[in-house]
Design a protein around this ligand. Structure first.
Ligand code: 4AZ
Length: 347
């Protein structure tokens, strides 16, 4: 009997609580948000615990206070997506901390997990003059365990029509006043709108400084915006059909904060989708001969690049039934796991 189709289905449609991956093959979900309802950085409000379960605080222990330097987003149990400019003058990066699952930085609850940085991967064409390619990845020293307070963000591939998303949010521990710097203790959140890049680049706005791989978000009149210390953190939009969020941008820069016609500028994650996969060692294994590095990653980390929405024909039945590419990746990881178990039994 050919067990392969059965194995395939079992592997990819396994319920969210499989043993080797506490993140359950989903992303962009906010398990606690439905308890709070949707509410409304500069011009924002305190976020509730678990409101944005993929946001992380990147901290330098030599900085005063909590050491918060930048935000970031958890995109797999061991990888954080952030901004390259956060590390311009960084030293002793392996001593820095990444705090996941926190809301108040001076009082980390039991749900927070703290990791060190194993590797920093800055985009090879990042320019601190033009702020081109302002994107970086951090590999954590150990994977995190997902929970109600810790979830993965979804990075959109080329198929998502980002400009059509209407319900978007920014979040971070950055400055809450447009003038002074410094960071805030309690995570802030605010609703923003995506702003047409052509308008954002026009003569009274950013005059051509916006690149094709940028997004602008905020309000023409200003008032609500990311600010110093929010860099690296997420710009997130709700999917138009399903009940999950997309990580569409990484907070990059802006002229001041919350000024009219000078909205926040974000690095488009969609534009860097392939770059992210390559850095994480996921591309070779999917496209051709798997490398040993890619394989070991599959066995320790879930793969976040998936559409978590239920398949329309099976709505609600298999919440963790994944996008085909991810199914394949998951399948091979599980076959590998099974073979290891069988080998162990034989020996
Ligand atoms: C910063 O310095 C920064 N208003 C981040 C975002 C914005 C401005 C400055 C956008 O980290």
């Amino acid at each position: 009997m050919n067990l392969l189709p059965f194995l395939f289905l079992l592997a990819v449609c396994w319920p969210a609580h499989s043993t080797w991956d506490s993140c359950g093959g989903t992303c962009g979900l906010r398990p606690l948000a439905s308890y709070y309802g949707m509410s409304r950085v500069v011009g924002g409000t305190d976020a509730q615990p678990g409101a944005w379960p993929w946001i992380v605080s990147i901290q330098d222990p030599w900085e005063i206070g909590t050491g918060h330097v930048c935000g970031g987003s958890l995109i797999s149990p061991q990888w954080v997506l952030t901004a390259a400019h956060c590390f311009i003058e960084a030293r002793h990066i392996t001593m820095w901390r990444v705090v996941i699952g926190a809301t108040q930085l001076t009082q980390l609850g039991p749900e927070a997990q703290v990791r060190n940085i194993r590797r920093l991967l800055v985009h090879e064409h990042y320019s601190n003059i033009s702020e081109r390619n302002d994107i970086a990845l951090l590999e954590l020293d150990q994977p995190v365990q997902c929970s109600y307070y810790i979830q993965l963000a979804c990075v959109p591939d080329a198929w998502l029509r980002v400009s059509e998303l209407t319900t978007c949010y920014i979040s971070g521990w950055g400055s809450t006043t447009a003038r002074s710097g410094g960071s805030t203790d309690v995570l802030q959140e605010a609703k923003v709108r995506l702003i047409d890049v052509n308008l954002c680049n026009s003569s009274q706005w950013y005059r051509g400084a916006i690149h094709t791989h940028n997004l602008c978000a905020g309000y023409p009149q200003g008032g609500i915006d990311t600010c110093q210390g929010d860099s690296g953190g997420p710009l997130m939009c709700k999917d138009n059909t399903y009940d999950h969020f997309w990580l569409v941008g990484v907070t990059s820069w802006g002229k001041g904060c919350a000024r009219a016609k000078q909205p926040g500028v974000y690095t488009s994650t969609q534009h860097f989708y392939s770059w992210i996969l390559v850095q994480m060692g996921l591309y070779p294994a999917v496209r051709g001969t798997p490398t040993s590095r890619a394989w070991s990653h599959f066995l320790t980390a879930s793969t976040p690049f998936q559409r978590p929405g239920p398949n329309p024909t099976q709505a609600g039945r298999f919440r963790s039934c994944l996008f085909p590419l991810q199914k394949l990746v998951d399948f091979f990881a599980r076959v590998q796991e099974l073979l290891q178990v069988l080998r162990g039994k034989k020996a």
